[in-house]
Design a protein around this ligand. Sequence first.
Ligand SMILES: NC(=O)c1ccc[n+]([C@@H]2O[C@H](COP(=O)([O-])OP(=O)(O)OC[C@H]3O[C@@H](n4cnc5c(N)ncnc54)[C@H](OP(=O)(O)O)[C@@H]3O)[C@@H](O)[C@H]2O)c1
Length: 258
Amino acid sequence: MGRLQDRVALVTGASRGIGRAIAADFAAEGAIVVGTGRHAATGLPAMAEIVAGGGRARFLEGDVADEARVQEIVATVLADHGRIDIMVNNAAIQREGRLAEQRTSDFHDVVNTNLLGTFLFCRAVLPAMVTQGSGVIINVSSVLGLVGDPVLPVYCATKAGILGLTRSIAIAYADRGVRAVGLCPGDVDTELNQQYFDSQPDPAAFRSRIEREYPVRRIATVEEIARVATFLASDDASFIAGTHVLVDGGILSRIYEV
Ligand SMILES: NC(=O)c1ccc[n+]([C@@H]2O[C@H](COP(=O)([O-])OP(=O)(O)OC[C@H]3O[C@@H](n4cnc5c(N)ncnc54)[C@H](OP(=O)(O)O)[C@@H]3O)[C@@H](O)[C@H]2O)c1
């Protein structure tokens, strides 16, 4: 029996990176996983790999910012599986550039994916979780929900907003059996993070510098984040609600290196 045996889990942005690793770890712990993303061309093979490894997973295409599609995805999962035990709001994008360089369209794109998408999926799954009398919502924020980044102002705003949303959901629904928790990774080795490194004049040197900035002298693997998500989704975390969990290799524990 896995720690998430027969739980039905919906994971947004499961086609690559952290979301894919969460989907795989959940499935390895016995969950029935429904992964989403905008592109079936990458999402289908990602979930097929989990199935090939003996897990239960499927992919539903959709943009988290598309309100009608979010409703459809949740309705499909409920129709096919009867319940939703775990909701992981993981899909996110970022647009690098200092505030004066950011276009209004960048603001809308980042807010719509990261914050509106999280809001829409939380709102869509909550009625079922309340009816069940149980459920876990994990909203993926970031260390950048807690501190700023000069070239990711809108991303930081959404990640801070996600923590506020999570706290509010948690205290509104905790007595109905629903736990909402934020998850704040530091740098993780994914395409999104590589996009950040690539926005610098010397990406390889910048990446090395960032790795050295971490007290653990490296950035995280996707599996290190997924294992914490699995813990938070499991009954082992039954008294964790409303707060956020930092998975940051110690980076936020110091002011600067001496
Ligand atoms: N990597 C890091 O260093 C790091 C650090 C802290 C926090 N995080 C957070 O961790 C989460 C995952 O990041 P990641 O690094 O794994 O990113 P990633 O490698 O870029 O993967 C993002 C996933 O989200 C999907 N996605 C993007 N926009 C979407 C939309 N509008 N609707 C549906 N799906 C969408 C992508 O698939 P499609 O493109 O096919 O839609 C992909 O599956 C994000 O919330 C991010 O903010 C990451």
